[in-house]
Design a protein. Structure first.
Length: 322
């Protein structure tokens, strides 16, 4: 009896010590003019933050105490306090900001303004625009190298990835990609940048040293028309081994072996998947589904969706705080 009791106590202690999924997920709702807050343990919406009209791009500041949100129809950046879950400030942008990226140092925010073919450089300390970079027509995707020296912007109508030197704010190269490029995402080592082409149906892998496309990744989903396969959001694991690409109205996320550039699996998620975010432990992938108005929670170990969480109208961007 003493031995059994000891085993039970040990098991009870082990259960208490098990880690709890304490992530908090923040989702921008393009038509809901809000941010939904999801608790990572219960996978329930625990709050809604009202912001400006048509929020899309969303990111944290460097220490994750603030959230920056692109407010497209109000031509500004809203600043949300993570603790109070309230809008605590507004910062300028150009007309119709869609996506942005924060430099590794946390000072400058580079904003793609869809309506004036400009990238604005915002100083988050002074809250002032300190530079403007002329790019192609309808700028959207924004990626920055790990060392902060190279900025890549994609222009939807010009079908280019523009390489920009962050010190001079000058374009150094233009790389032609497939139709309607959306997202630019650097690999963790900075050697490559992946650019999704929504209408072209591909992801171009560009060598950052040579500025040449070394691979075009195409997608084929059984039973899904080719025109419905529209790559948009991209996420990569920290070890650089796996990449995930949202395929829009195909309602799938493609999982890719980064070494071989081969698609290893298509994950069925919600309708019109836009963007993606990995949990800090990379055991979950969260997807925003703009037509089904929900977030799919993909369990990476089981390889399937374990929950769909209803959020606001037309969820677009997603970020996760540990």
């Amino acid at each position: 009896m003493t031995m059994i009791r000891g085993i039970l106590l040990a098991l009870a202690g082990f259960a208490v010590a098990l880690p709890v999924q304490a992530d908090t997920i923040f989702v921008s709702n393009e038509k809901g003019n809000s941010i939904s807050v999801i608790d990572g343990e219960s996978l329930k919406v625990t709050g809604t933050i009202k912001v400006g009209r048509r929020p899309r791009g969303i990111t944290f500041n460097q220490d994750m105490t603030l959230i920056y949100v692109c407010i497209g129809d109000d031509n500004r950046i809203d600043v949300v306090d993570v603790g109070s879950r309230k809008v605590v400030g507004r910062m300028p942008s150009g007309p119709d900001p869609e996506l942005f990226v924060l430099e590794p140092g946390g000072k400058h925010l580079y904003i793609a303004n869809e309506d004036d073919n400009m990238v604005s450089v915002l100083d988050t300390t002074t809250k002032k625009i300190v530079g403007e970079i002329q790019v192609g027509v309808e700028p959207e995707g924004m990626g920055i190298s790990p060392d902060g020296k190279i900025l890549v912007n994609t222009s939807e109508t010009t079908n280019m990835a523009h390489f920009i030197d962050t010190a001079s704010h000058k374009i150094t190269d233009n790389v032609l990609v497939d139709a309607r490029p959306r997202v630019a995402n650097f690999t963790a080592d900075g050697r490559f940048v992946w650019v999704s082409a929504e209408i072209g149906g591909t992801v171009s892998v560009i060598d950052t040293a040579t500025r040449k496309i070394v691979k075009k990744i195409a997608f084929q989903v059984q039973g899904v028309p080719k025109e419905s396969i529209q790559p948009v959001g991209i996420q990569m694991t920290r070890d650089g081994q796996r990449a995930f690409v949202a395929l829009g109205p195909a309602n799938r996320v493609a999982e890719i072996d980064v070494t071989t550039f081969e698609v290893t699996k298509y994950h069925l998620v919600g309708q019109r998947v836009w963007n993606l975010a990995l949990s800090p432990d990379e055991k979950r992938l969260y997807t925003t589904n703009g037509v089904s108005n929900d977030v799919s929670v993909l369990d990476m170990e089981r390889g399937r969706v374990i929950k769909s969480v209803a959020v606001g109208g037309a969820p677009w961007g997603v970020i996760v705080k540990p």
